[in-house]
Design a protein around this ligand. Structure first.
Ligand SMILES: C=CC1=C(C)c2cc3[nH]c(cc4nc(cc5[nH]c(cc1n2)c(C)c5CCC(=O)O)C(CCC(=O)O)=C4C)c(C)c3C=C
Ligand code: FE2
Ligand code: FE2
Length: 326
């Protein structure tokens, strides 16, 4: 039965392949890597590289990595986003607030068009990209794609768009609580590595404030945990291609710290849900780099995922948005 609500919330995350197979990964990467917000190169230069090399070589390799993290519920990113939406809906229902929650993926399915269609009876929709730190490559891309869907409609709902929540006090507290829980359960490392997904340095030079927001989140988290300056550092992972990305690079930092023979805790606050970039790249690849270099203990602190305090933060962001516009 379709609910009649006047307010809708659309949670949006990046997207993921439909299956851990080379054809499904190829389809996903083709959509993702054709987005000008993600790769801004001229199509004359980029399309031959993308079609001639990347979409031939990368899918079988990356499909194997997806196989290693795939669950009974499918891709972790999609399964967690679904749970976040269900739990957020429950919070609104429990508080008798008439609000309908749906979710979408910027690339792949369910698409933003599907997500907005599922909120078709709402006169107002709050779009909440699950990227705490703004970037042109992620947040602004969601904005573009929402606008593209609306461009085909005769009628449109009022749209509120959450730009970022990188310094939201509840978000910082939830991250700090996860670190403390890890210290309590597995022991405390000598340093906390706060690793964010990177972007090309050129994008930041052109005006993308993403690195500033990442560094501010890291600083606030360190402050909340009362860490001294030499007890934490901020770094950037998931470099892609040959040009320079934001530095310091996570893998190089892991190697350096491993050589020092210390123990580290690692958290990735830029990811609202565990995904390939955390479950494989951080938990497996970087763990190996650190250990092979001579590092002691390596503890990965999971993403906030569908934890109640995280869903509480999402609830608060939506509530604030509603109050602001009233
Ligand atoms: C090509 C350039 C890329 C930019 C710029 C980029 C920015 C960016 N990405 C995320 C979050 C995620 N990225 C994920 C996977 C992923 N990212 C890229 C490339 C760029 N990302 C690729 C090619 C891939 C696919 C895997 C691979 O082939 O290596 C994911 C995981 C998705 C999953 O299914 O689990 C997330 C999440 C952010 C936050 C960001 C910039 C701020
Ligand atoms: Fe192309
Ligand atoms: Fe990425």
């Amino acid at each position: 039965m379709t609910k009649t609500s006047s307010i809708g919330v659309l949670l949006v995350n990046l997207g993921t392949p439909d299956a851990p197979t080379a054809p499904a990964v190829r389809k996903y990467l083709a959509e993702f890597l054709h987005d000008h917000r993600v790769v801004d190169l001229s199509r004359w230069i980029w399309c031959p590289i993308l079609h001639g090399i990347i979409l031939r070589v990368r899918p079988p390799k990356v499909a194997k990595l997806y196989q290693s993290i795939w669950t009974d519920q499918g891709s972790p990113l999609l399964a967690t986003t679904r749970s976040q939406a269900e739990l957020l809906q429950q919070l609104f229902d429990d508080k008798a607030i008439d609000c309908q929650v749906s979710y979408a993926m910027n690339y792949g399915s369910p698409s933003i068009a599907d997500g907005l269609a599922s909120l078709g009876n709402c006169s107002r929709v709050i779009v909440l990209p699950l990227y705490p730190q703004y970037s042109s490559a992620t947040t602004a891309s969601v904005y573009d794609r929402v606008a593209k869907v609306i461009a085909k409609q005769w009628n449109m709902p009022g749209i509120d768009f959450v730009r970022d929540y990188h310094s939201h006090p509840g978000y910082i507290k939830a991250l700090a609580n996860s670190v403390r829980a890890s210290w309590h359960e597995k022991g405390r490392g000598d340093k906390l590595l706060i690793s964010f997904h990177g972007i090309p340095k050129r994008y930041a030079d052109n005006g993308d404030v993403y690195p500033d927001e990442c560094r501010e989140t890291a600083r606030l988290l360190a402050e909340e945990l009362e860490l001294k300056a030499d007890e934490w550092l901020c770094c950037f992972q998931s470099r892609f291609g040959r040009e320079e990305w934001l530095q310091p690079y996570t893998d190089e930092t892991m190697e350096k710290l491993g050589k020092e023979g210390i123990s580290v805790d690692v958290i990735c606050p830029g990811f609202a849900a565990d995904c390939l970039e955390t479950l494989e790249e951080i938990q497996v690849e970087n763990h190996d780099i650190f250990k092979e270099a001579g590092g002691k203990h390596y503890h990965y602190v999971p993403c906030l995922n569908a934890q109640p305090d995280h869903v509480g933060v999402l609830f608060d962001i939506v509530k604030n948005k509603l109050r602001l516009e009233e």
